[in-house]
Design a protein. Sequence first.
Length: 359
Amino acid sequence: MRSFDYGKYNVWDNEILSFLTQIHEYKAKQELYSKQKPAELNRLIDVAKIQSVESSNRIEGIITSRIGQIVREKVTPRNRDEKEIAGYRDVLNTIHENYEFIPINGNIILQLHRDLMRYSETGLGGLYKATQNYIQEIRSDGTKFIRFTPVSPIETKPCIDAICENYRKYGDGAVRERDESRAAHDGAAIINSLLIIPIFIHDFLCIHPFNDGNGRMSRLLTLLLLYKNGYEVGKYVSIEKHIEKTKDAYYDALEEASIGWHEEKENPIPFIKYMLSVILACYREFEDRVNIVSKDSAYDTVKAAIETTQIGKFTKKDIANICSSISEKSVEAAIKKLSDEGYLKKYGSGRGTFYAQTQ
C-alpha cells in the first residue's frame, strides 16, 4: 500500500499564493456579510442547494425535470435517477446543518455514503468496494479504455483511514489556529487547509473507495471540508455548478495530477489550482449576488442581476435563479418593464423565449 504524507506539501508557486490571497480576502467579506446581511444570505441558500444537487448529479448523467420539487421534498422519488438525487439532497442537508460536528474519519465517510445511497436498490450504500473498479474514458469513436486503476478492495479501508489521519494532522484549520504550539510539538507542519482539501479529495478519487457514488461523494466531502474551515461560499453559490460548467478542465486536472500516484510521484498542483480557481469564481459570484439581493425593489434587483451577471442571451429562469429574494411573477414583471423601456430585447416565443441587453 502506498503511504500518505501531507506534511511534504509546503512549497507553492506565485499563482497558488495569489489564489490564496484573493480567496482569504473574499472569506473576510463573507464573514462580514454573515453578520450584516443574514436575511440576504438566507435568500441565496435555497437556489444554491437546488443547483448543487442538480449539477453534481448531472455530471454523472443523473437527471430529472422535478429537481426543485425533490430538493424541497414536495414529491416522492419515482425512478432510479430521482432516488439518487434524493440521497444527495439528504447528505447535502446533513452537511449544511451539522458540519461543525462531523469529524473526518472512515466511519463518517461510510455513513455519508450510506445516506447518499439510501433510496438506491443496489445495496451498496455504506460499504467499501468488494470488487476492483476502474476509471474509464470514452474515446471520440465510442471505444472505452482504462484511464486509471484505483487501489484494490483490500487496500481501500487502510488508504481511507490514512488520508483521514493526514487531513486531521495537517489540514484541520480550526485545530491549527487554536493550537499551533501543539502542532509544532507533534511535528506537524502548519499548512493552509485550503491546499490540503484538494489533495485529500484527489487522493479520495484515486482510491475510489466505492463501487458507485465516488464522484458525488467527493463533491460532498469538498463542501464539508470547506465549511469546517470557514469557507462557506458553497452554501450561497453552487460549487458543483461551477465544476459542471468546467467539467473538461476538472477531468483534465484530475488526470494530470494522478500520473505516478501509485508510485507516490504524483503532482497534485494541477488539481489544487483547478479547485482554487473554482472557489475564487464562486466567491466573486457570491459578492455579486449579495449586492443584487440587497436592492430595495424587484425592478432594481432584476436590473442589477442582468447588469452584473448576464453577457449575451438569457432566459427568465436564469434571472429567477439569481434573484432568489423575489417571486417569479416579480421577475417576469421587471423583465417586461425593462423590455418596454428598451433596455432589453425579447427574442423567440413560448419556451424558446430569451432576452439580451440593448445598451
